[in-house]
Design a protein around this ligand. Structure first.
Ligand code: HEC
Length: 154
């Protein structure tokens, strides 16, 4: 397992890979930047960190959800939300220091955690969010809760 991982890293760094470029790098970056809170495979921690597996694919199936996810990566979020019938009052950091391609790869990995079709994210979606109107982390939570009301976010 460890050996396969090292070989995957080596091939990724050489830019040679059988899988789509985003698939391996998305998983590696998820395990570097997101896993500490959202857990391996995006299972989350009830009442603390949202479950991503099986939810983000649904969010990304709606264009409003895709825009929300792109803005979330660049802005972060702060406010009370409800996930799996449990309230969460947490702070999601922003990752605006990562490149558009990297953020798209991470989001595509998360979408694919449970049966999502894709790739749903292109670097262009991130670029558009980056150059669009600035949102605050509190504003993100308001947007998120209205999308939950509209059943875009489960
Ligand atoms: C320091 C902990 C932490 C890290 C690291 C983190 N998150 Fe989060 N994330 C949170 C918290 C807490 C929330 C909920 C924020 C709130 O309560 O407003 C959240 C919310 C989210 C949501 C929205 C879920 C929903 O139902 O609205 C997504 C998607 C998400 N994170 C993806 C990611 C990805 C992808 C990464 C890595 C690039 C990441 N997070 C890194 C803590 C974290």
């Amino acid at each position: 397992m460890r050996k396969r991982w090292m070989i995957a890293c080596l091939f990724a760094s050489l830019g040679v890979s059988a899988a789509p470029a985003w698939a391996e790098s998305g998983e590696m970056m998820f395990n570097e930047y997101c896993v500490g809170c959202h857990q391996v495979g995006g299972t989350g921690v009830p009442g603390e960190y949202p479950r991503l597996a099986g939810r983000v694919n649904k969010i990304a199936s709606d264009p409003r959800g895709r825009t929300f996810l792109a803005e979330l990566m660049l802005t972060g979020m702060s406010g009370t939300i409800t996930v799996d019938s449990r309230k969460i009052l947490g702070i999601m950091p922003n990752f605006d220091d990562l490149k558009d391609e990297e953020l798209a790869a991470i989001l595509n990995y998360v979408v694919h955690l449970e049966g999502g079709k894709g790739p749903a994210f292109t670097p262009q979606i991130l670029e558009k969010a980056r150059t669009g109107p600035k949102v605050t982390p509190e504003g993100m939570a308001e947007t998120r809760n209205s999308l939950a009301g509209a059943r875009v976010i489960p």
